[in-house]
Design a protein around this ligand. Sequence first.
Ligand SMILES: C[S@@+](CC[C@H](N)C(=O)[O-])C[C@H]1O[C@@H](n2cnc3c(N)ncnc32)[C@H](O)[C@@H]1O
Length: 314
Amino acid sequence: MVSTEDLDYPQIILQYSNGFLVSKVMFTACELGVFDLLLESGEPLSSDAIAARLGTSTTGMERLLDACVGLKLLAADLTQEGALYRNTEISNTYLTKSSPKSQYHIMMYYSNTVYLCWHYLADAVREGRNQYERAFGVSSKDVFGAMYRQICDLGGGGGALARECVSLYPNSTVTIYDLPKVVQMAKEQFIPPEERRIAFHEGDFFNDSIPEAELYILSKILHDWDDDKCRQLLAKVHKSCKPGGGVLLVESLLNEDKSGPLETQLYSMNMLVQTEGKERTAAAYSKLLEAGGFREVQVKRTGKLYDAVLGRKS
Ligand SMILES: C[S@@+](CC[C@H](N)C(=O)[O-])C[C@H]1O[C@@H](n2cnc3c(N)ncnc32)[C@H](O)[C@@H]1O
């Protein structure tokens, strides 16, 4: 029952309205690397030092840090030079990338995917359908392939995409295929045990067999590998793929003349320092797909960070 006090000061209503502000503060601190920096530095840092190390404005960073203190995600020690910020135990454990119990990737999924779709909640209720296309400029059916029931997410990591697939397509089952240690983590952290339409397969996609499926999703996989390895993997996928099925690449596409987008060019530099791969153009992915045996290649540029390239097995 609502008390008269509640009617004078509607605490619960204010709390509900602020809910998304709280989430976004936490997501933003994760995305900008605040918790990772404070873990790595091993000592409390001032907001100016954090802003300088993370390349942000000082005014914005100070407010973000103070809000995180309010949320008990950070603690501040007051010194003569001003506040010095450090992680709380809960942030060290759950919000840093390197922690074995890290929730970082699911936070980024919420921030970059779920949050954008929720912006269109009223439209979703009005129309009774998902708002993926409004949010991302590409239909979820284009991305996930409505006609495919048996999907294998190769290198599926934490399972964010797999969860999206099963929630959009009640008739689909998704197998998350990844290295054993990644699958173990995904099982523990990300997938609710009640989710029956998600299965796991531990394996090395270069050296072990790949299960049969109608659609293979390779999201941010090929950009890790050189052309030879990509051709090898795609040929293997083609062999396991059911006739009429296909492979969907989710990658950030470079312009054909490689003039941009800047973020993709920077990712490609990152691939140089971290992996054997690179970011590629749509034509380069099409060539790799065709070398692997796939035909009827379709490219969907989304205007966002990640694009889709689909190849079919005839
Ligand atoms: C860049 S992450 C992409 C994760 C996810 N697909 C996404 O879109 O966020 C690459 C994934 O490939 C997995 N991976 C790397 N080498 C692998 C291999 N040889 N066999 C299976 N999975 C592999 C990694 O463990 C990681 O989860």
